[in-house]
Design a protein around this ligand. Sequence first.
Ligand code: GTP
Ligand code: ZN
Length: 339
Amino acid sequence: MNLISLGWNAAFQNAFDNLKNPDWMPAKVFSEDRGSYLIMTELGEFRGKTSGSYRHVSKNRADFPAVGDWLAVQLCSGGGAAIIHALLPRINMLSRKIADDSTEKQVLAANVDYVFIVSGLDHNFNLRRIERYIALAWDGGVQPVIVLNKVDLIADKTELNKIKNAIESVALDVPVHFISLVSHKGLAELSSYFTDHKTVVLVGSSGVGKSTLTNYLIGEDLQKTASTRASDSRGRHVTTRRQLFPLASGGMLIDTPGIRELQLWADKSSLDTGFSDIEDIAKSCRFNDCKHSGDPGCAVQEAIMQNKLEAKRLVNYLKLQQELKQRADRQWKTPWRSI
Ligand SMILES: Nc1nc2c(ncn2[C@@H]2O[C@H](COP(=O)(O)OP(=O)(O)OP(=O)(O)O)[C@@H](O)[C@H]2O)c(=O)[nH]1
Ligand SMILES: [Zn+2]
């Protein structure tokens, strides 16, 4: 397979050349399942495992390959399997905390261009959840795109306008697309994100239409194409669900179960990017350390009184801020506890 069509570029080539090992070749991770990888090289698809020395020097879980990563691998004699020797530097990554009380991250996807935040315009529609996903995308350094599916269910123009206004208040500069996979509305707009070998990741809760969208984009039924056969290290044939799909149009789509269950892992700056309207208003608060919770001279509360800001948006902002603070506290305390 041609690596350029998978996003291989001069920067990756340079990083690979610096490894200076003529026996290695570049490979892209198509799927990851508990330490077992499905990888694509110029010579085709192989099953890969990290080498002993790779595992020895990798201290954190985030040091291990994730879907979308570029690797340096060596094919085993006899073919079929490959040894993963090195991870090439990532452009960006989407990650999540491993457990509620942990600050260690698990990388869900690497080298991603867009996060499609998919919501259904039915009972699933939830602005607060969309805000969380936006913060998560910015945190990973990835451009979010809001995709509102099932627009066919909204017959009433006034109702649709109400939704448009509501979404604008949380989207800010994030692009918004209204689509329907039933009436095939708005789907052509999405193709612009897949040009130039760009990679799109789908996030969104159950039932919003991610599988239907994936099937539409790859032009086949996912159930039929998701599984692919490759030999493992013992030459057995094993079936793995693919997580990265190269599209006929040239781009790539990542749809993994892990990303579907995303939790927030964000820092203060990504929160501010997602809530820049609140940050702007807060500059006019009387006190620099204003908590926007009944403090005197609070411009944010004032904006809510004047209907310039939705109260629920502030509540979500403060809640996310609290979560970040708790996590930062834990990160700070952990090393001392273990001494
Ligand atoms: N009315 C309407 N229904 C849709 C549309 N797109 C998908 N659906 C339906 O919504 C339901 C859920 O779609 P899926 O694609 O399975 O949703 P999902 O996000 O993959 O859900 P999980 O696999 O549980 O994560 C299915 O019954 C689809 O037929 C749409 O544009 N309009
Ligand atoms: Zn304030």
